[in-house]
Every structure is written in structure tokens, then in C-alpha cells.
Design a protein around this ligand. Structure first.
Ligand SMILES: NC(=O)C1=CN([C@@H]2O[C@H](COP(=O)(O)OP(=O)(O)OC[C@H]3O[C@@H](n4cnc5c(N)ncnc54)[C@H](OP(=O)(O)O)[C@@H]3O)[C@@H](O)[C@H]2O)C=CC1
Ligand SMILES: O=C(CO)COP(=O)(O)O
Length: 320
């Protein structure tokens, strides 16, 4: 089994490192030739994941034509995937493509695996998601993630290929649940960041997390996900990590918003686009998503944070 990682960001690099440490050679592709050369020379990805050495069996390249492995990890941000595959998908007509991203495409409303299948119908599409910070994986700290693939046999194969001594993968065929959990928790993490940043307190954060989880489950159920997937690593697990740590870019982005501070626009904050994509579903009455809807409205400058809080607190009283 050969493994290649498309995208030399923090997550792609961390996955390349841990899989290579397990003994499987990995090719890591960066879109910039300068970046690839820098990594090959210094044996570090100082731009995206500084401080961790690339094992010898990681080959870095900017040649997309060199990416011929039968297991491809696609580790670029969600909103870039459709465009990337429209240009390069013909190269990956067969084999398995594992999405390593979290979100919903703003234009199509599709998640990662459906976006892959639309561009590469002959490939097996899967998703690797769940609670992990790239730096923790790269440092070899224990982490557990969900590998979701509709094809049970392929799911087993990918689980075994991609698990390492420190990265433990659980498998499921519920791709809908796994990818919705990963996408939606980022929006709730932004809301939690705003809550703390605006000084509303930890009790309020717990309320946002819990009611956020309720709306994640509501939408997922409506779209055909299994409830237990949402209670697992890719849903509840990732929600717990992302809503409580300043290492999360989504949480930190919300924190800055709540404090009326600026945030580095170069950082990947998947929840911002996802909030807008999912709020659209809420407007179409697919499911009631009050927290996601106010996050989208705040991000689109349609309401202030104060108005968002008022809108949530003045909703009709109801059963839990
Ligand atoms: N970081 C983390 O802890 C975790 C991240 N994830 C998920 O992984 C995904 C990627 O995030 P992460 O690695 O952190 O992000 P980063 O911001 O660290 O890196 C993104 C990478 O994608 C590349 N890229 C962006 N657009 C394109 C494109 N159009 N074509 C090719 N390459 C492109 C960037 O290239 P360049 O460097 O040239 O800009 C960069 O290498 C996200 O969906 C995130 O939610 C999941 C779990 C943990
Ligand atoms: O998805 C993550 C943790 O599981 C990483 O979170 P951020 O993208 O918010 O940094």
C-alpha cells in the first residue's frame, strides 16, 4: 500500500509524519515549488508545522504528476477541494481518496466525500475526521479519529493502512454523520469563542456547546446520519476539543470577534464558510439551527454580537 498526501498544510504534514513513522513511505505534495524545496532541504515544514522533523521516508514534491499512490489523503481546505479536483481529478481516477478536511462547500452545499465522488466517480471516497490538533499528531501524542467510507471493505482497508501506534482510527460507513459532525462543530466553536471573548462567561459557553450539539444532531438526523456517529469522535469528541481550546483556529477566531480584535486572515477557519452554507439549509427549513444562523448573520455583518445574544435569549421557551 502506498500513501500520498495532497496539501502540505499543518494537518497534511502531521499525517504524513505519523504514517511515515509507522514504516509506510509517504509522498507529500505542496502546491508551491519553493515550499516543497524548503521542506526537502530543511526536513521541516516551518511555514505550517514548525518544530517537527520529517522522517526520512517522507518524500516532498511539488510535481502533481508524481502523485500515483493507491491511497491519497486530500488535506486542503474544504472550499478549495472542488476547484482542485476540477483541475487535477483526472489524475486520480481510481484508488481511494480520503478527505482530510471539515466543512460544507459554499457553492454546492456538498460535503467532502460527495465533492470527491462528483469529480472522481471511479475513486473510493472516504473521510478522516475527529478530534486532533495537527501538532499533537505530529508529536506522537495519542489521538483517536474516525475513518468513514460507505464501502465497508474499503473502510477496513483504510483503517488498517492509516492507523499508527499513536493514531487510533475507528471506522464507520456513515460518511454523512462523520462529515457533518466535523463541519458543524467548527461553527459552534466560533460561537463559543465569541461567548468567551465577549465576556459572557463559561456557563454561557457550556450552554452554547450543549444547544449547539442539539442542533448538530437535529440537522444530521434530518440528512440521514446515524445518531451514534454524532455522539462519537467526529461529532461530540471534536466539539469538546474545538470549543474549549485556544489551539483551535475556529475558537480563536470567535474569541477575537468577541473581543473586537483582528484575526490573521491567512489562517484556515473552516467554520466561517460552513456557517453560511448551513444557515442556508436552516432558511430552507431543513432543520432549526438558531446558533449557526446567528453566527452566519454576525459574519455577514447583518447583526451585532449583542443582537445575536438577544436573539438567542428571546427565543420561545421550550422542552429540552
Ligand atoms: N490543523 C489541524 O489541527 C487540523 C486540521 N484539520 C482540517 O484539515 C484541513 C486543512 O487544514 P490545515 O492543514 O490545518 O490548514 P493549513 O492552513 O495549515 O494548510 C492548508 C494547506 O492547503 C494548501 N492549499 C490551499 N488551497 C489550495 C489549493 N487550491 N490547491 C492546493 N493546495 C491548497 C495550502 O497551501 P499553501 O501553504 O501554499 O498556502 C496549505 O498547505 C481543514 O479542513 C482543517 O479543518 C483537521 C484536523 C486537525
Ligand atoms: O479540527 C480541528 C481539531 O479537531 C482543528 O481545529 P481548528 O481548525 O479550529 O484549528
Amino acid at each position: 500500500m502506498s500513501v500520498a498526501v495532497l496539501g502540505a498544510g499543518a494537518f497534511g504534514t502531521a499525517l504524513a509524519i505519523t504514517i511515515a513513522r509507522g514504516g509506510t513511505p509517504v509522498t507529500l505534495w505542496a502546491r508551491s515549488a519553493t515550499h516543497a524545496e524548503e521542506m526537502a532541504n530543511t526536513r521541516q515544514n516551518s511555514r505550517r508545522l514548525p518544530g517537527v522533523e520529517l522522517p526520512e521516508n517522507v518524500t516532498v514534491t511539488a510535481e502533481i504528476g508524481a502523485m500515483s499512490a493507491n491511497t491519497l489523503l486530500l488535506a486542503i481546505p474544504m472550499q478549495q477541494i472542488a476547484g482542485f479536483l476540477a483541475k487535477n481529478g483526472h489524475r486520480f481516477a481510481s484508488g481511494a481518496i480520503v478527505a482530510c478536511c471539515k466543512g460544507v462547500d459554499l457553492e454546492t452545499g456538498l460535503g467532502p466525500t460527495a465533492t470527491i465522488s462528483a469529480a472522481c466517480p471511479g475513486a473510493v471516497s472516504a473521510i478522516l475526521t475527529g478530534p486532533s490538533f495537527a501538532i499533537d499528531i505530529a508529536r506522537g501524542l495519542p489521538t483517536a479519529l474516525t475513518l468513514a467510507c460507505r464501502d465497508e471493505a474499503a473502510a477496513r482497508r483504510l483503517q488498517s493502512t492509516l492507523s499508527t501506534e499513536t493514531l487510533r482510527l475507528y471506522r464507520t460507513t456513515d460518511t454523512t454523520g462523520a462529515e457533518l459532525g466535523g463541519a458543524l462543530k467548527n461553527v459552534i466553536a466560533i460561537a463559543c469563542g465569541v461567548t468567551i471573548g465577549a465576556g459572557l462567561g463559561e456557563s454561557a459557553r457550556a450552554a452554547v456547546m450543549t444547544r449547539g450539539f442539539a442542533e448538530m444532531q437535529r440537522l444530521a438526523r434530518q440528512l440521514g446520519a446515524q445518531p451514534e456517529t454524532l455522539s462519537g469522535l467526529s461529532g461530540f469528541g471534536d466539539l469538546a476539543l474545538t470549543c474549549t481550546s485556544e489551539k483551535s483556529r475556529n475558537f480563536s477566531f470567535g474569541l477575537a470577534l468577541g473581543r473586537a480584535e483582528t484575526f490573521d486572515a491567512g489562517k484556515t477557519v473552516e467554520g466561517a464558510a460552513t456557517a453560511r452554507a448551513v444557515a442556508r439549509l436552516a432558511r430552507q427549513n431543513v432543520a432549526e439551527m438558531p446558533i449557526t444562523s446567528v453566527v452566519a448573520s454576525v459574519l455577514e455583518n447583518r447583526i451585532t454580537i449583542r443582537e445575536a445574544v438577544e436573539a438567542l435569549l428571546s427565543r420561545p421557551l421550550k422542552e429540552e
